[in-house]
Design a binder for this molecule. Structure first.
Ligand code: ATR
Length: 277
């Protein structure tokens, strides 16, 4: 392969310096001995469309998009997967040979793949799940849980109206619970997922009462800085099965890498180590 043909991919966001995606994709490129590169690009919202239309002309085969561009990227794309439409956001773009942009969303896939890898015995149909938060990440998680067959989703968010809006959009399987009542539904839940930014480095702690957690309940935090959040530490002490959020990031990268570079990469302990770097 000549240098002119080396496939390139990028992650577009603002800010972007914190993104772990370059570490992830560069690790896989090296592991599979593939020609290619993956770069972080800080892009202003007003420039997103121009940049996306230019990248395919520069040898880019695709890109990830992250905060705050996930919704706008969807509207710019020429073709959109059903899943991305349902979630209302894109995180993975594929640039077709004719320059058209295909948008997909692999966050829900990454979320489920991480849960399955963390708790092999996870049975989505076993009982209700609690989702904390009703922002962008919650949308992907709710769509994925409903598709996996979770019978009931307790959705709780500081701003109740956002939970109500998600119930109106995604259906009757969602029961909206007041944020101040969040602690009371943990007891009935087989799975608890934090999709809020609470507990993340630099953000306030998640302060809902956790004494309702039961041994064996699966607790997943999509926050991965720190890897062991207060939620996960407390849950582990209470005998819950805990799954940290890093795996979601790793697994959501798999479909994009496969489409861009031609090999379906494996998520293993070396992948984690490379990204924790
Ligand atoms: P993301 O795309 O990562 O989900 P987001 O759409 O900004 O980001 O959503 C952030 C989530 O964290 C929301 O559920 C938000 O609650 P609100 O809808 O009430 O804003 C939640 N969140 C952020 N800060 C919070 C806080 N201090 N207390 C409670 N919830 C908080």
């Amino acid at each position: 392969m000549t240098i002119d043909k080396i496939p390139l991919a990028a992650v577009l966001g603002n800010p972007i310096a914190h993104s772990r995606s370059p570490l992830l994709h560069k690790h896989w490129l090296k592991k599979y001995d593939l020609a290619g590169d993956y770069v972080p690009l800080n892009v202003e919202k007003d420039n997103l469309e121009t940049v996306l239309r230019t990248l395919p002309k520069m040898g880019f085969v695709g890109a990830n998009v992250t905060t705050p561009h996930k919704v706008l990227a969807l509207s710019i794309a020429d073709q959109v997967s059903d899943r991305a439409t349902l979630i209302g956001a894109a995180n993975t773009l594929i640039f077709k040979a004719d320059g058209n942009i295909y948008a997909d969303n692999t966050d829900g896939y990454g979320f489920i793949a991480n849960l399955k890898a963390g708790v092999r015995a996870w049975d989505p149909k076993a009982g209700p799940a609690t989702v904390l938060g009703a922002g962008g990440a919650a949308r992907a998680v709710i769509v994925a849980l409903a598709e996996a067959g979770v019978p009931e989703i307790f959705l709780t968010n500081r701003t109740r109206a956002k939970s109500e809006a998600l119930r109106a959009e995604f259906g009757a399987r969602i029961t909206v619970i007041d944020w101040v009542q969040a602690g009371n539904i943990l007891e009935k839940s087989k799975l608890v997922v934090n999709t809020t930014s609470l507990g993340m480095q630099g953000k306030p702690e998640l302060r809902i009462p956790l004494d309702g957690l039961r041994p064996g309940t699966i607790v997943n935090d999509i926050v991965y800085t720190p890897l062991q959040t207060r939620l996960l530490i407390t849950a582990a002490q209470m005998g819950c099965e805990t799954v940290d959020g890093l795996g979601m990031l790793l697994h959501q990268g798999v479909p994009g890498f496969e489409r861009w570079f031609g090999i379906r990469p494996e998520v293993d302990s070396a992948t984690r180590a490379a990204v924790i770097g």
